[in-house]
Design a protein around this ligand. Structure first.
Ligand code: FAD
Ligand code: DHB
Length: 403
């Protein structure tokens, strides 16, 4: 089967779905091709923290009904070390900005529903997905679906297929420069049927390693533990997980997470990664396909959304006015934000985790860093403005959606 579209989108994660819907809102046609099932994509447990800009984007796109009903707005965050929690009042330090806790799977579900309503194509369970003719005027996406072979001829392809996708490896050798750092630890994450014992997140520095208290709703707690990067999840019984969570997180005032039935557990390795430029000919790399951050700063999903805004605005200018200047700037505009998020995520990670080869000096410096962070208004403001998210090109977006 042969198809023709303006923008072919590989991947129906947050980046692909957001891009497809933004393009729909400005009348640009797209085909989305995803190699997993609808259920798999929705059930995959990942991010939970939305920056103010991501929230504003979902609102502007008219897909924020679930977010308004079930999202939890947090105006502060806790940093815990030496057994004490210190609150950073993000809203006060950033003139009223906040983060919203709303699961990535909820965002994805809302966007899949919105896509279905538009009637525009979204193929799940696509097999043998590949991109071709990237250097031509009409690049192609090929895939097999329900036994039939498909070929989508596109003006542009958006590679929204995550870190392990096919788009980035399809760029000819020598075009992309890769910057990478792999960390000597990972996160063991769980979901538990337990009422969150604190209404805001708690990032904990502990001598046995980092731990993070988060949530998904008023009845579900989300927790993470620093573990070795290749730690088999089978090594961790539920009882062992709770014992370690409580050891690391309990503070001297008696605060600890509530315990409940564990409904999901997995281990994620951590890396920092950037491939630049984020474009080759008519292929644009978007979100995790172009960059990965360690999750400590809660930036991955938000960076993907920020890339999408830049690309959608640029595509709109191209189709409305034949002006390719913004498409030409896509990579450099995105990379400025990406590198600042990389720096912040690396800093949060190295501030809060124990490194296997750290010296006594490193450890004391880390504690001094935490002491400074939680007592200096300047340091708290710096964390707060980055955590809620550096300014977005919102004006750009609203003029696009309004046009
Ligand atoms: P993905 O979500 O990876 O989506 C890519 C899609 O492409 C997938 O659906 C995949 O199945 C599909 N695909 C892959 N290969 C192909 C192919 N060959 N053909 C077709 N489709 C393909 N970020 C935050 O902002 N805040 C957080 O709090 C946060 N916490 C996190 C916690 C954990 C444990 C993890 C693992 C990540 C976290 N992140 C967080 C990061 C965030 O989840 C990612 O940055 C985000 O999912 C990126 O979206 P994406 O659409 O670019 O990529
Ligand atoms: C969550 C994940 C993060 O990476 C983070 O920094 C904060 C919260 C979460 O899944 O809730």
């Amino acid at each position: 089967m042969k198809h023709r579209t303006q923008v072919g989108i590989v991947g129906a994660g947050p980046a692909g779905l957001l891009l497809g819907h933004l393009l729909h809102l400005v009348g640009i046609d797209s085909v989305i091709v995803e190699n997993r099932s609808r259920e798999y994509v929705i059930d995959r447990v990942r991010a939970g923290v939305l920056e103010q800009g991501t929230v504003d984007l979902l609102c502007a796109m008219g897909v924020a009904e679930g977010l308004h009903a079930r999202g939890l707005r947090h105006e502060g965050v806790y940093i815990s070390f030496n057994g004490e929690r210190h609150r950073i009042d993000m809203a006060e330090l950033t003139a009223g900005k906040a983060i919203t806790v709303y699961g990535q799977n909820e965002v994805v579900r809302d966007l899949i529903d919105a896509r279905a309503e538009t009637g525009r194509p979204l193929y799940f369970d696509a097999e043998d997905v590949g991109v071709d003719a990237l250097d031509s005027e009409q690049p192609l996406i090929r895939f097999t679906h329900a036994g039939s072979q498909h070929e989508v001829r596109c003006d542009f392809i958006a590679g929204c297929d995550g870190f392990h996708g096919v788009c980035r490896p399809s760029v000819p050798e020598g075009v992309l420069e890769v910057f990478e750092r792999v960390y000597p630890f990972g996160w063991l994450g769980i979901l538990a049927e337990a009422t969150p014992s604190c209404h805001e997140l708690v990032y904990t520095h502990h001598e046995r390693g980092f731990a993070l208290f988060s949530m998904r709703s008023t009845t579900v707690t989300r927790l993470y533990l620093q573990v070795p990067p290749d730690e088999p999840i089978a090594n961790w019984s539920d009882a062992a997980i709770w014992a370690e969570m409580l050891t690391r997180m309990t503070t001297s005032d008696g605060w600890a997470p509530n315990i409940g039935r564990i409904t999901q557990k997995s281990v994620t390795p951590m890396r920092s990664f950037v491939a630049a430029p984020m474009r080759h000919a008519r292929l644009f790399l978007v979100g995790d396909a172009a960059h990965i951050v360690p999750p400590t700063g809660a930036k991955g999903l938000n960076l993907a959304a920020a890339d999408v805004v830049v690309l959608a605005v640029a595509l709109n200018e191209f189709y409305r006015r034949g002006d390719a200047a913004s498409l030409d700037r896509y990579s450099s505009v995105c990379l400025r934000r990406v590198w600042k998020a990389q720096r912040f995520s690396w800093w949060m990670t190295t501030l809060l985790h124990r490194l296997p080869d750290e010296t006594a000096f490193d450890h004391q410096r880390q504690l001094a860093d935490l002491d400074y962070l939680t007592t200096s208004r300047a340091a708290m403001t710096s964390l707060a403005e980055q955590y809620v998210g550096l300014p977005w090109e919102v004006a750009l977006l609203s003029s696009t959606l309004g046009s």
